[in-house]
Design a protein around this ligand. Structure first.
Ligand code: S3P
Length: 171
């Protein structure tokens, strides 16, 4: 089967990009990120898309970006934290090597709590985080074949755990 070797899902700030780039290096393949694909295609930032066009518009773009990346990309792929909210996206992930990178709330606030560049956490980060994760945790778990906890682990350790979980060999 063609398609990505690894698909990373999980909440914003969990380290999908950092770990994804490390994985791509270790597997000797390319890294791709659907957020970056959307920014490039739209010529504006994710925050601008949310503010100017609204979240539903962003989710439509994201569903198409995920479909395109799954069809074209054979390396490591990271999805935006909310991609799993879309039913069509979840269906497209069936049979893919999806790994959910998880973290607890304390770790999340340390990493993203004060970062207002992330529009969904701009106001009352702790409360927003809890609500987000209550809605999303079951969806991450549904699409993923493996869960890798990132709390108290370095990006290198997380990357190793992902390789182990998928039984992937380094290039
Ligand atoms: C979002 C996560 C972001 C980005 C957008 C919405 C979310 O991606 O797609 O801001 O709904 O969780 P990252 O997970 O890469 O930060």
């Amino acid at each position: 089967m063609t398609g990505p070797q690894v698909v990373l899902v999980g909440p914003m700030g969990v380290g999908k990009s950092t770990v994804g780039e490390l994985l791509a290096e270790r597997l000797g393949c390319a890294y791709r990120d659907t957020d970056a694909d959307i920014v490039e295609a739209e010529g504006r930032s994710i925050s601008e898309i949310f503010v100017e066009a609204g979240e539903p518009y962003f989710r439509d773009l994201e569903r198409e970006a995920v479909r395109a990346a799954l069809a074209e990309h054979t390396g490591v792929l990271s999805l935006g934290g909310g991609a799993v909210l879309d039913e069509g996206t979840r269906a497209a992930l069936a049979g893919q090597p999806v790994v959910y990178l998880s973290m607890n709330v304390g770790e999340a606030l340390k990493r993203v709590g004060l970062n207002t560049a992330r529009p969904l956490l701009a106001v009352n980060p702790r409360q927003q985080w809890k609500l987000l994760m209550e809605a999303r945790r079951p969806l991450y778990t549904e699409v993923a074949g493996a869960v890798v906890a990132t709390d108290d682990r370095t990006p290198e350790e997380v990357a190793q755990a992902v390789l182990d979980a998928l039984e992937l060999k380094e290039a």
